[in-house]
Design a protein. Structure first.
Ligand SMILES: Cc1cc2nc3c(=O)[nH]c(=O)nc-3n(C[C@H](O)[C@H](O)[C@H](O)COP(=O)(O)OP(=O)(O)OC[C@H]3O[C@@H](n4cnc5c(N)ncnc54)[C@H](O)[C@@H]3O)c2cc1C
Ligand code: FES
Length: 280
């Protein structure tokens, strides 16, 4: 029988691997600590954990690994402040407390039998990677997978090798762009929406999953609607400061929603009226 765990109590995990993605972004693989009472680490693509860094504090981080690998948890973290810097500075064998998984996942059931368009800006590819793993593993259940990914510069691209591997598969189309290419970059330059004209899109037969900075999501959703994608077929992942992650403290309130439990993944028509009404 599965052990009953208190969502407010962190489970002990240990850093098993730290991989460098970019100069400020690292992917950490965590294994369950020996003293953990939990049975496994199952999660839905799009969900997040609260990671407790001892002596520093707790912060929400999306799970970026493969949902089929239930014995470990993978996170991709950009060092932007005190807590994220402490996380990316951890070494193999260091302890981390993990609460969760929390929140809503990408609507994988809605996507069955349809094309899926994944649109990511910067680190927004991290919470979408578990969805891509799951879709590629069960590719017969879905139509085509189109991945459109934008980053600031070539050195800010994460998961470079996997992007190449995904692009080689016959059921996928992967397009990458950067805001500033530099002399050696031979790929696309421009914001992620400039990729739309190169993508093989079937707007009325597709479900779209979008994650990135809020300003990017606004432009992307506007362009998708112009292409004829219905608002009900677009899903976005939202970010707000969090504390409890279980809908108790109100820290993450966004209009009538609590991002920690009603989100972070929302159907676009549910949050569209709020964007612009509330400060970013
Ligand atoms: C549901 C959810 C999922 C998340 N998933 C991830 C993830 O997978 N990987 C990850 O690295 N982060 C993720 N974050 C963001 C992460 O939790 C914050 O970046 C973190 O709390 C910042 O803590 P800090 O102490 O390092 O920085 P702070 O000291 O709080 O901030 C330092 C500076 O960075 C800025 N800043 C804070 N957060 C961000 C941000 N998200 N982007 C850009 N600038 C920021 C602040 O405005 C400030 O100027 C997620 C947040 C949410 C709500
Ligand atoms: S973080 Fe406490 S209600 Fe969402």
């Amino acid at each position: 029988m599965a052990a009953i765990t208190n969502p407010m109590l962190p489970e002990p995990y240990v850093v098993g691997r730290v991989g460098k993605e970019t100069p400020d972004t690292f992917t950490l693989t965590l294994a369950r600590g020996k003293e953990s009472g939990a049975d496994g680490s199952s999660f839905q693509p799009g969900q997040f954990s609260m990671l407790w860094v001892f002596g520093v504090g707790e912060l929400p981080i999306s799970i970026s690994g493969d949902p089929a690998e239930g014995d470990r948890l993978v996170y991709t973290v950009r060092s932007v402040g005190q807590a994220t810097h402490a996380l990316v500075s951890l070494g193999v064998g260091d302890n981390v407390g993990v609460r969760g998984p929390f929140g809503t996942g990408w609507p994988i059931e809605v996507a069955r039998g349809r094309d899926v368009i994944v649109i990511a800006g910067g680190l927004g590819l991290a919470p979408l990677r578990p969805l891509i793993y799951q879709m590629l593993r069960n590719s017969r259940e879905y139509g085509r997978l189109v991945v459109l990914y934008g980053a600031r510069s070539p050195r800010d691209l994460i998961y470079r090798r996997e992007l190449v591997a995904w692009a080689r598969r016959h059921e996928t189309q992967v397009l990458v762009t950067v805001d500033y290419g530099g002399l050696s970059w031979r790929g696309h330059v421009g914001v992620v929406t400039t990729l739309f004209k190169y993508a093989k899109l079937q707007p009325r037969r597709s479900v779209v999953m979008v994650c990135g900075p809020e300003i990017m999501m606004r432009f992307v959703t506007r362009e998708l609607e112009a292409y004829g994608v219905s608002r009900e077929d677009i899903y976005v992942s939202m970010e707000r400061n969090m504390k409890c992650a279980v809908g108790l403290c109100g820290h993450c309130q966004y209009g009538p929603h609590f991002i920690c439990k009603d989100g972070p993944v929302f159907r676009w028509d549910q949050v569209r009226p709020l964007l612009g009404e509330y400060e970013l």
